[in-house]
Design a protein around this ligand. Structure first.
Ligand code: ACO
Length: 381
């Protein structure tokens, strides 16, 4: 019998490298994030979400004609079928949009004829479908619950502009559309975060892309992960006044209550996405006249820097994205779905990478229970 390899416990997998990837690089000490070797800041300044998706799925930037045909492929998949629209209309209006998204992404599989085709090309096409339809799912549900007609996607618009068009029924201004586009770029991938890992575990069983992306949506919604952006906004609204910030933060720290939007498992320096989003949040706040929340946020950051900066607790991506989305008029419970809209790119990129070089992901745990316990028949217990 072969000798059992040495094992060690790594609760939370903080110190476990689960494999190799070409998608994103994070230096948590220096505060660096690169997609396929390109600095996030550079992409946020110069790129578009569609180009970033191509980059993550192909490990290189597209030529103009490649980008054009990729955009055309995505746009063909924008519309929802009548069946999916009826599914959305049947959902109770009080439902949380993340539960809705998880359910409808899963539902897309039901009408896909190649649902059980496990080839790489088929899984890629499924990823295109989910990524392209997610904005329409979010917008359709939001309009239904507001008692408004669903707005059909416009194939002439990019993903960011189209999302705002379907949500509000009017073509957004360039600044708002670009703001969403940049947020989509900044959230598109982030190594083996919890939701990406969930997607990889699922695809690694030779399940399918719909199942992988459904697992990921469910994992993203937790407040320790993508759900934090909504909690940030609830927190800002509950503080209300600038003078209340200091006691709020100090009490939270004293009681060991986490300040939402701060801290990160990997970053012990400022999250580079937060750095970019802070500037962005300030600009949009000024443009839209929503400066109160921005000022409140910076006050929280100042106090947190003073109190726990030395411990490596800084704002993460969720902190300033919350104020940005709020200034853009998005309902608070749509913040995490917008994150999912973007992270579809990374979930699919890592799932496709896993698919190409697969090994079942199956860790173990240290059993701490009893042994040789007697089975007692039910009527004798
Ligand atoms: N506010 C106050 N203190 C914090 C915070 C915070 N947001 N985050 C970490 N700490 C403190 C902890 O109290 C702990 O202190 P101690 O050593 O004195 O006990 C120390 O920092 C380590 O914290 P852990 O929770 O063990 O660190 P971990 O790596 O598990 O946590 C996490 C990372 C979950 C993101 C955490 O920082 C947190 O809960 N933040 C708030 C929620 C949040 O913003 N989540 C979004 C993360 S980004 C994303 O997923 C997209």
């Amino acid at each position: 019998m072969p000798e059992a390899p040495a094992m060690h416990i790594d609760k939370g997998l903080d110190n476990t490298i689960i494999g190799e990837s070409r998608k994103s690089f994070i230096d948590g000490q220096a505060g660096v994030l690169e997609y396929v070797g390109i600095d996030i800041d550079e992409l946020a300044r110069n790129s578009t979400f569609e180009e970033v998706v191509f980059l993550l799925w192909n490990d290189r930037l597209p030529t103009s004609s490649e980008l054009e045909s990729f955009e055309a492929e995505l746009r063909l998949e924008y519309p929802l079928s009548q069946g999916v629209i009826e599914m959305i209309k049947g959902i109770p209006h009080e439902a949380s949009p993340m539960h809705v998204l998880r359910t409808v992404v899963s539902g897309l599989a039901l009408e896909d004829e190649e649902c059980n085709d496990q080839s790489f090309e088929s899984e890629r096409r499924k990823a295109v479908r989910v990524l392209s339809k997610t904005p329409a799912i979010i917008a359709a549900f939001d309009r239904c619950r507001r008692g408004l007609e669903i707005v059909d996607p416009d194939p002439n618009l990019n993903i960011a502009t189209n999302f705002l068009w379907m949500l509000n029924g009017e073509v957004p201004g360039e600044a708002s559309a670009r703001a969403i586009d940049v947020c989509l770029i900044l959230h598109a991938d982030h190594g083996i975060n919890a939701s990406t890992f969930a997607a990889m575990v699922t695809i690694a069983t030779q399940s399918d892309m719909y199942s992988a992306l459904t697992s990921a949506v469910g994992t993203l919604r937790g407040p320790l992960h993508g759900g934090a952006n909504e909690r940030v906004m609830n927190m800002l609204q509950s503080i209300g006044d600038l003078d209340d910030v200091e006691p709020f933060v100090m009490d939270s720290l004293k009681n060991k209550t986490k300040i939402m939007g701060f801290g990160h498992r990997v970053y012990k320096a400022l999250d580079p996405r937060a750095k970019y989003l802070k500037t962005f949040a300030e600009r949009i706040a000024e443009e839209t006249g929503n400066t109160d929340l921005y000022v409140l946020s910076t006050r929280i950051q100042d106090i947190m820097d003073r109190e726990v900066g030395a411990k490596g607790i800084y704002p993460n991506v969720d902190f300033y994205s919350a104020t940005t989305y709020f200034s853009l008029g998005l309902a608070i419970d749509l913040f995490t779905p917008v994150f999912a809209m973007s992270r579809n790119a990374g979930w699919a990129a890592h799932s496709l990478e896993q698919h190409q070089d697969n090994r079942l992901i199956r860790p173990r745990c240290q059993y701490t229970g009893d042994h040789a316990v007697e089975y007692v028949p039910i009527n004798e217990r």
